[in-house]
Write a protein that binds this ligand. Sequence first.
Ligand code: CA
Length: 176
Amino acid sequence: MKKTFALLALIGILLAQPTYAAGELPGTLIGDGLLHSWTGASPHYTLVDETPCNGLGDYIYTYKVGNMDSFIVQSSATNTIHITKITITPCASKAVPLGDSYIQVGYKLQNGWLWIMSNPISLYGTTPTNIAPTSFNVDMIKSNDSNPIHVVVKYVSGIAGARVSGMKVDLEWHYE
Ligand SMILES: [Ca+2]
């Protein structure tokens, strides 16, 4: 009898859970992060934040393997939200025609300095275009942008350098 009651209580609790309003929204780049080793007029985020990507209009670039540039992302959600997926679409190319080049994109875990990175993304041509969207399944709570999302791009290997003209960030989320 006691067990039945407990079970009914549990069902009651489960039924009382609020229905989540889920959605997708664009993340807006609002500032440079602490990693800042690519070349470009400061602040760098203004060179990679336009929609749609403006190609050679303005961009950051590097020839040095290992260089990373990070950016601060703000969502347009005003309440506390639970983010479940971050998709980053770089608008990128090589800096010179000859040779291979690879970048990685990634995001920073909240409350730490661990970066979660994509697989290497091969670059082509010398005019940045949208390539290789990478989605990360995440488990982040964000409240009124007090703990913003950081995304990063890294020149990971190659000899042809890299140009990045855009870092499009899309979020999947639900209210807490
Ligand atoms: Ca640009």
